[in-house]
Write a protein that binds this ligand. Structure first.
Ligand code: GLV
Ligand code: GLV
Length: 322
């Protein structure tokens, strides 16, 4: 029997699956995230941790847990919050939840794309404020979507699902990736370099993981390559964009708008961002559907339990030699 700690309650069957195992399961009972000190205390003696994307899981946590720690199962596809190299050195398996949240996240990218291009939330605010005086030829003019060019930065599962949705809008597709992707080529998408994508696209949607290489991938210089009529969408990780440079670009008319689900310093926003009308800002909702969060829950539990049973988990992000 091993000890498992779930750092925050999750919806779905995951916690029940853990409880039905032979292991001893503790769940954070606070209706909030634990402080760092509370987390370090709660993990002592655990062999398995079920963690959240906003928690830094690093050497300090591994030290606090102890040598018996075998698996960290993140309730997310992204795992930039975990020091995977350090985990690998300590033979701790790190797991994530790809696949099950692909379609929900692609939907949020499209929600942002359509919402910002057609100024849907600005319109909603006018209605609620009682400020609508009736139809006008020039009210809240947005940008066309049909037939325009969509660039996908990072052609993984989610980027490809976003691209697939564009077929109904007859869009020209391009994508960046280290090598050509058959699924993208099958959609008629053109494999281009980052500069071409930024210079030619009307919509740029970010789908790269956050790594040292992609931190501030979209800095001031790269944002300046985009057309002033273009929109930037980010459902990946906030630090991929230099958010302060984005605020300047939006305020000075260098971009038509931005739709963001993720931020550089969540939950804080860079100064000036909420003052930009041409933005649609969502609170990290990519995977936030009842069905998707339930699938993530089951997958995170299965990942954790299979490692404790000395079997290969459905989704590990590192390889531990047995
Ligand atoms: C959400 O951001 C995730 O990585 O699952
Ligand atoms: C990345 O892991 C993706 O699902 O696109």
């Amino acid at each position: 029997m091993a000890k498992i700690f779930v750092t925050h309650p999750i919806p779905g069957a995951g916690v029940d699956m853990l409880r039905e195992s032979k292991h001893e399961v503790a769940v954070n009972r606070e209706s909030r995230f634990l402080s760092r000190d509370e987390l370090l205390e709660a993990v002592v003696g655990c062999a398995g941790l079920l963690t959240q994307l906003r928690e830094a899981i690093d050497a300090e946590v591994f030290d606090a847990a102890g040598d018996q720690l075998k698996v960290v199962s993140n309730y997310a596809v992204g795992f930039n919050n975990i020091d995977v190299d350090e985990a690998t050195r300590r033979e701790i398996t790190v797991c994530n939840t790809p696949g099950v949240l692909t379609e929900a996240t692609a939907d949020i990218a499209w929600t942002l794309l359509m919402g910002v291009a057609r100024r849907a939330v600005e319109g909603d605010h006018i209605m609620r404020a009682g400020d609508w005086s009736g139809w006008k030829p020039t009210e809240l003019l947005g940008g066309d979507i049909e037939g325009r060019t969509l660039a996908i930065l990072g052609a993984g599962r989610i980027g490809t699902a976003v691209a697939r949705r564009s077929i109904g809008w007859n869009m020209k597709l391009m994508y960046t990736a280290r090598s050509p992707k058959p699924d993208m080529e099958a959609l008629g998408a053109r494999h281009v370099d980052l500069e071409t994508a930024l210079r030619e696209a009307d919509f740029v949607s970010v789908h790269v993981p956050l790594t040292p290489d992609t931190h501030h991938l979209l800095n001031a210089d790269r944002l300046a390559m985009m057309k002033p009529t273009a929109y930037l969408i980010n459902t990946a990780r906030g630090p991929v964009i230099d958010e302060s440079a984005l605020v300047v670009a939006l305020k000075t008319g260098k971009l038509a708008g931005a739709g963001l689900d993720v931020y550089e310093d969540e939950p804080a926003l860079k100064q000036g961002l909420t003052g930009c009308d041409n933005t649609l800002l969502l609170p990290h909702l990519g995977s936030a559907t009842i069905q998707t969060r339930a699938r993530m829950s089951e997958l995170a539990a299965r990942n954790l339990l299979t490692v404790l049973d000395n079997q290969a988990p459905p989704h590990a992000v590192n390889q531990i030699q047995a």
